[in-house]
Design a protein around this ligand. Structure first.
Ligand code: IPM
Ligand code: MG
Length: 358
């Protein structure tokens, strides 16, 4: 039997609630499948640990995670800890320390979910956004001088390297090639940003020659937002910088009906290090502890994790169970239902156990 070592970091707000839900679904799959086992180790890292000890994770945190096959991550961020502290104290050190340079964000309108665009339903919107996840606007470059004085300056420098852009472009073309439409849209802002963004366009063109059967086009990020709203059927795989894709993926989540269902995978395609899987929605302290957090994004990212570790059948089974549960309208209030986190989880687990599916 295959045995995978999973590091679970539920962290803040609704993180622990959705990760608990995700682990129940993963266990149901492991039992039903019989072919694999998950050996889950729980880490209490996050904002509470920061308030207790001054650090979100221990100094050797990255070292501790190295031995795992994957990281299952909840959400980080607390109302009484500055956002840049929690982000740079836990999630970004993991993404950057493990060179998880491809951030993969699939978006689809799940059955039963009411999406905001008229006449756009399941099947009309089926995208994967590939977000550059190691550099760009999140490189942490820049600084402040003359603090508090009238002449204070702050710089925020985006870093684009030929290596970084080439590898994310190859990842995106390869992913586009695996999808039925074999179609990629490369997003930049190369009219106004005339250095790094023009390099993106040039590298996209170079890499495209390695993938002659992938059709591709280019969009400026502002026009891209309009296209996503007006012509969602015209898009399939999308690649963009760290910040542009951050913004586009929120729009994508909203157009699919809710950020509560949107997953993300932080992947090290070279598999030198564990990759990290998390829901996009964040810690949502306003609903924490009420038992109504939507577990669907976590189920979806759990499916991405299964896919990554090589359990593709279990991943497909989990997504089918999630779709059938949504279709039956067993859903949490954020997407118009009345069910609790546990009720949705029970329905998904029941569906996994039922012999009718896959
Ligand atoms: C995301 C989030 C994060 C990001 C926040 C929490 C810093 O918005 O995963 O999209 O911008 O990367
Ligand atoms: Mg975001």
């Amino acid at each position: 039997m295959k045995r995978y070592k999973i590091a679970s970091i539920p962290a803040d707000g609704i993180g622990p609630e959705v990760i608990a839900a995700g682990l129940q679904a993963l266990n149901a799959l492991a039992v039903r499948d019989g072919g694999f086992e998950l050996d889950v180790t729980d880490f209490d890292w996050g904002s509470d640990r920061y308030k207790r000890t001054g650090a979100l994770m221990p100094d050797d945190g990255i070292e501790q995670l190295k031995a795992f096959d994957a990281i299952f991550f909840g959400a980080v961020g607390a109302p009484d800890v500055p956002d840049h502290v929690s982000l740079w104290g836990l999630r970004l050190p993991i993404c950057q320390g493990f060179d998880q340079y491809a951030n993969v964000r699939p978006t689809r309108i799940l059955p039963g979910i009411k999406a905001p665009l008229a006449d756009v339903g399941p099947g009309d919107l089926d995208w994967v956004i590939v977000r550059e996840n190691s550099e760009g606007e999140y490189a942490g470059m820049g600084g402040r001088a003359h603090r508090g004085l009238p002449e204070e300056v702050g710089t925020e420098v985006a870093i684009f390297t030929r290596t970084g852009v080439t590898r994310i472009m190859r990842y995106a073309f390869k992913l586009a090639q695996l999808r039925p439409r074999k179609f990629l849209t490369v997003v930049t802002k190369s009219n106004a940003q005339r250095h790094g963004m023009v390099m993106w366009d040039e590298i996209a063109d170079e890499v495209s020659h390695e993938f002659p059967n992938v059709t591709w086009d280019k969009m400026l990020v502002d026009a891209m937002t309009a296209r996503m709203v007006k012509d969602p059927q015209s898009l399939d795989t999308i690649v963009a910088t760290n910040l542009h894709a951050d913004i586009l993926s929120d729009l994508a989540g909203a157009l699919a009906g809710s950020l509560g269902v949107a997953p993300t995978a932080n992947i090290d395609p070279g598999r030198r290090f564990p990759s990290m899987f998390e829901p996009i929605h964040g810690s949502a302290f306003d609903i924490a502890g009420q038992g109504i957090a939507n577990p669907v994004a976590t189920f979806w990212t759990a499916a991405q994790m299964l896919e990554h570790i090589g359990e593709g059948d279990a991943a497909a089974r989990l997504m089918l169970a999630v779709e059938k549960t949504c279709e039956a309208r067993v859903m949490t209030p954020d997407i118009g239902g009345t069910a609790s986190t546990q009720e949705v989880t029970d329905a998904v687990c029941e569906m996994i156990r039922s012999s009718n599916i896959l």
